[in-house]
Every structure is written in C-alpha cells, then in structure tokens.
Design a protein around this ligand. Structure first.
Ligand code: PLP
Length: 391
C-alpha cells in the first residue's frame, strides 16, 4: 500500500502487503512467520531482508508498519509488553544521573519501573509533578532534565495533560516529550501530531482489544531515537513482540475504530448514570462536563475513551462488596478488551505501590475503575444499578 488512507482503512489494510512481501500463497492477512532464522544468499549476504527474528520478522514488520501509520510515526517498534516499551524508550533517552519529570498520575507500574531501575540503579532523579499545569512542569525543568514522561488520560484517575502545550515547553528546553497513549489509543489521540517526540502504547489493551496478547509499542518521527530504541531491543534486551502476538494485534487492530466507538458510548452512558447516583461521591470521566479538563479533552482528543473511575460513598469493605455483586462486569486487572471489567485499584491494579504513595496519587480504598466493554449498555447499567442498590 503506497498511498495513505483514512484511519479505519489503514487499520484494516496497512501491513497486509502480500504482493510486496511476495508471499507465494497471496494470503489476504499476514501469515504468522515462526522461523527464527533465514537462509542467506551467500555468507554475509541476506536473501530476502531477514536474518534472525530478534532483529526482524515479517509478521512483526507488518504490525510495525501499521502501528507507524496509525500513530503518525515514521517508525514503530513492537515490544513484548507495554512495560518493555516504556523501559526501552526511557532508557534510550537518558544517561545515568539525569533528571526526569513525570506526571504524578502515571500508571503505578510505570512509577515502579522509574524507581526500581532509573532511580535506584541508574541514579536518575525522578520528580513527579502535577502535569495538568504545563507551567508547573516548566518550573521543574533543570539543566540536566533529560525527559518528560507523560500519560494522558492517566490510569486510574483519568487526568489529562495538555500535550501541545507541554511539547512547546519541551522544545524550548530541548527535552524530549514522551507520552503513554494507552488509554486514548491512536484512534482518539495523536500525541506525535500534537508535538510529542515519542509515543508508547501497551498493545495489551485496546490495540489488541481481546485480552489475549501482551505487547507494547514505541513510535517516533525521530530517526535517531528510533535507532537507539531498536538497538536496545535487538542487542540488549531482546524484548521484541513474538510473531503470534504480532498476528493477534494485527487482527485486533482492524476493529479498533468500531470498538472504540462502542466503548465510548457505553462509558459515557455509565458515567452519566453514576454521576446522578446518591451513593457515588465523584466520577472521573473526561466526557462529563463536570470533569475539570473536559474542554481540553474536547480539544486534543477525538473522543473521551472507554474507562470510567469513581469514588463510592462507602468504606473499603462496602466498595469490595459492590464489586463482588456485579454480574456482567468481571473482576480483573487490565483494560481495553471487549468485555467489561471492574477493578479495585487499592487492592488490585495499584496495590504494588505503597499505601502512602497510593493516597498521595489520589487512589483511595473506595475508588472503583471500570474499563467498559462493548456489550449492550442496558445490561451494563442495570448491573451497576442492582449492585449499588444492595449497598
Ligand atoms: C497506561 C499504561 N501503560 C502501560 C502499561 C503496561 O503495559 P503492559 O501490562 O502491557 O506491560 C499499563 C498496564 O496496565 C497501563 O495501564
């Protein structure tokens, strides 16, 4: 495919380049290439572009070409988890002893890796700031600041940062801006177009969309960054996505636009229902006018996404009971699959950071996170209603 098409067309077709890749059987979907090494034309001379699967694999290449197109990057690199993508991207952009500025709302796992590897091993000073204000980020910039690590919306509190404004601050101080776009997906938000230097995704979530593949991606328009990330992947960590997982994400991404529309319609309906309920203290969903950054979400996103979190007027025990009484929502961590899930961040997705840090990050024991699936919204609302009514 040489021309560039609209998002939904690219999501279906990009990477399925049977003629370019000269598959003998002219498959309409990319086959799963399992070979770990490829015959050479002559010693030191590649036959068909491939040598060893840690350096390149046709199924992974098909996915990377689609990821690059859909994220607006010149290059995309697929990893065996979102965590691997984050670690490798951040490592590519720093030297030991540097200073990082990270959004104080980032996913707990990201916070953990920033501390366990970057702070404790590489002596990187990581400062967490309220990046809802670009001015606050700018106030913390120092000579040795090497990276802005942002996430928008954040997990689990759905806080936003103004990516275009932060890109301006980043440019002025020559600091690369990296955005974790997992919650929004490239369908709803394009950080590279808004000025970010690097975008990362956990493909485990919406991009794959079916809760059956762990993966991640880094995309950028900067060839030097891409080169460094690839080198770390190929020669240091060996953390590339497997061919089977690449196939699953290629398949999942074909329906990303359709799924995101349905996730969002359902999330908006549930958020509206919860906002009017007397047992709910506060709802965090950028699609509600009451969300403090609703206008920013309207500007920088093409929709508000599929995740709703909310505080119940309840004790921890009552919150847990509410979660356990749900029938359609499955109690599980993760998000982005077609099925609706319910998470108690205090004891589940954020449990691996200390209670003090959880509280400081605004995660209380009565917080509930709902990655809303694509089921019928009447069933979802009825389920939430029946469980709230038992409280
Ligand atoms: C926003 C965000 N980024 C990154 C990750 C890590 O991705 P993975 O679990 O694929 O390593 C997660 C996982 O929940 C996440 O929510």
């Amino acid at each position: 495919m040489t021309e560039t098409f609209e998002f939904a067309t690219e999501a279906v077709h990009r990477g399925e380049t049977t003629s370019e890749q000269q598959y003998l059987s002219a498959d309409v979907v990319s086959p799963i290439h399992l070979a770990t090494h490829h015959e050479m034309e002559a010693p030191g001379e590649l036959k068909n572009g491939y040598k060893y699967s840690r350096f390149g694999n046709p199924t992974r290449d098909a996915l990377e070409s689609r990821l690059a197109h859909l994220t607006g990057g010149s290059e995309a690199i697929a990893f065996n988890s979102g965590t691997a993508a984050i670690t490798t991207a951040a490592l590519a952009l720093c030297d030991p002893g540097d200073h990082f500025i990270a959004f104080d709302g980032v996913y707990g796992g990201t916070r953990l890796l920033l501390e366990d590897l970057f702070r404790d091993v590489l002596d990187v000073e990581v400062e967490y700031v309220d990046a809802r204000s670009p001015e606050t980020v700018e106030e913390h910039v120092r000579e040795d600041t090497a990276l802005f690590w942002m996430e928008s919306p954040t997990n689990p509190l759905l806080k936003l940062c103004d990516i275009a404004e932060l890109a301006g601050v980043a440019d002025a101080h020559e600091v690369p801006l990296c955005v974790d776009n997992t919650f929004a997906t490239p369908y709803l938000q394009q950080p590279l177009e808004l000025g970010a230097d690097v975008v990362v995704h956990s493909t485990t979530k919406y991009l794959n969309g079916h809760s059956d593949s762990t993966g991640g991606a880094v995309a950028t328009n900067d060839p030097a960054i891409a080169e460094r990330v690839s080198t770390l992947q190929e020669y240091v960590f060996g953390n590339a996505l497997s061919p089977f997982d690449a196939y699953l994400v290629l398949r999942g991404m074909k329906t990303l636009p359709l799924r995101m529309e349905q996730h969002e319609a359902n999330a908006q309906a549930i958020a509206g229902f919860l906002a009017d309920h007397s047992k709910v203290e506060e709802v965090h969903y950028p699609g509600l006018e009451s969300h403090p950054q609703h206008d920013l979400a309207g500007q920088q996103m093409d929709g508000f996404g599929g995740i709703v979190s909310f505080e119940l007027e309840a004790s921890e025990a009552e919150t847990r009971a509410f979660i356990e009484e749900l029938e359609v929502f499955t109690v599980a961590v993760s998000l982005g699959g077609v099925e609706s899930l319910v998470d108690h961040p205090w004891t589940m997705s954020a449990s691996f950071i200390s209670p003090e840090e959880r509280r400081a990050a605004g995660v209380s024991d009565s917080l509930v996170r709902m990655p809303v699936g694509i089921e019928d919204k009447t069933d979802l609302i009825q389920d939430v209603e029946q469980s709230l009514s038992r409280m």
